[in-house]
Design a binder for this molecule. Structure first.
Ligand code: KG4
Ligand code: ZN
Length: 346
């Protein structure tokens, strides 16, 4: 089955063509980072307009790269939520128009399900069941995954998502937008132990997270070390980044280990933008190897938003016989555990 995937939930326009027999044939991505940089965050209206501008040239590109004609497609998948309403509408309209014109099925995909399944695009895909740590700009969740669509929420952030905490802390330190990867790069050059940071909520039972306190902790450190200027010196900024990253990573590792023990599962999948963080990957692997747990993640470019994960997730649901009516669906808020199992699709 040949499926076109379209991702427009936030500030990345991603398109891809996935074949259930041959695997991923092509994918392209346009990032709006520069457009939003001067505002220090995503401006929803600008994001929608830029998706409109970029989506057709990207589609032309992906068909050429894949050596595929539109008429060969068997189905179309697009991100239907969660995300920014206007941005979602662009991908949804495009997919629905294509489906109507080509008379093929169209399916609205859950963005976090697509992230969660992205490691299955890799050479050694994880088998079910597994625990998934979803860490993106909007979500921090631990989920027990029995099969596609069979999700049980084990714990989640009560306030900021891990990616959001990275981005907000980066902003406080006046680092370039988007802050997460920039802060991570600075952290790798800093000293982990110079400043002590809390590991929030690790001293009480349960699998929920809270990251907003780390921001306050960082703000106080900045205040204490900035002297006469607006920010501390470069070296101190790097050390703050290192201490902050280590605190987020340790907190995630502690909760993942707890989730693995609780569920007695032996596979952990990490997905979403923050799963690109090399320190997180390294510390999870070291900590969980001792417990006989294998850690799976996607290549860097498929950790952050992309069309390949949407094409793959949509393909799995289309193969199971799932069909949506030919209506544009856009659901800005959409809990993952409301999805149906592909085994229950009639
Ligand atoms: O999954 P994603 O591309 O978009 C959402 O669905 O939210 O995740 C984006 C988030 C941002 O908060 C970004 O700062 C963070 O992932 N991120 C990182 C790294 N790369 C991206 N955070 C920490 N370290 C990284 N290397
Ligand atoms: Zn995402």
């Amino acid at each position: 089955m040949l499926v076109l995937g379209i991702e427009t939930s936030c500030d990345e326009t991603g398109v891809a063509i996935y074949d259930s027999e041959r695997g991923l044939l092509a994918h392209t991505l346009y990032s709006q980072v520069k457009l939003h940089a001067e505002y220090g965050g995503v401006v929803p209206e600008l994001a929608s307009r830029d998706h409109v501008r970029k989506i057709l040239p990207l589609l032309d590109d992906v068909f050429t790269q894949a050596g595929v004609n539109k008429k060969q497609l068997d189905g179309i998948a697009y991100t239907a939520g969660p995300g920014l309403l206007g941005a979602l509408m662009v991908g949804g309209s495009m997919a629905t128009a294509f489906g109507f014109a080509l008379d093929i099925p169209v399916i609205g995909v859950h963005h976090m399900e697509a992230h969660l399944l992205a490691p299955m695009l890799e050479e050694k895909p994880p088998e079910f069941p597994f625990v998934a740590l979803l860490v993106s700009g909007g979500h921090t969740q631990l989920v027990s995954v029995a099969a596609i669509g069979e999700y049980e929420l084990l714990g989640e952030s009560l306030d900021d998502a891990a990616g959001e905490a990275f981005d907000k802390t980066a902003k406080m330190l006046d680092l370039d937008y988007p802050g997460g990867p920039v802060l991570a790069a600075m952290a790798d050059q800093g000293e982990i132990d110079r400043f002590s940071f809390p590991r929030p909520m690790t001293d009480r039972p349960g699998l929920d997270f809270s990251f907003s306190g780390l921001k306050t902790h960082t703000r106080n450190l900045i205040e204490k070390h900035r002297g006469e200027s607006l920010l501390p010196d470069d070296l101190t900024v790097r050390d703050i980044c290192a201490g902050f990253q280590e605190a987020v990573v340790d907190t995630l590792v502690i909760k993942c280990r707890r989730a693995m023990r609780q569920t007695e599962l032996k596979r952990l999948v990490i997905a979403g933008g923050v799963s690109a963080n090399t320190r997180l990957r390294y510390k999870l692997e070291v900590a969980l190897e001792k417990e006989g747990v294998e850690v799976f993640y996607a290549r860097h470019e498929f950790c952050t938003d992309n069309g390949a994960m949407v094409a793959f997730a949509g393909c799995q649901r289309l193969l199971a016989g799932e069909r949506n009516p030919l209506l544009i669906s856009a659901t800005p808020r959409w809990p993952l555990d409301q999805l149906s199992s592909i085994n229950s699709v009639s």
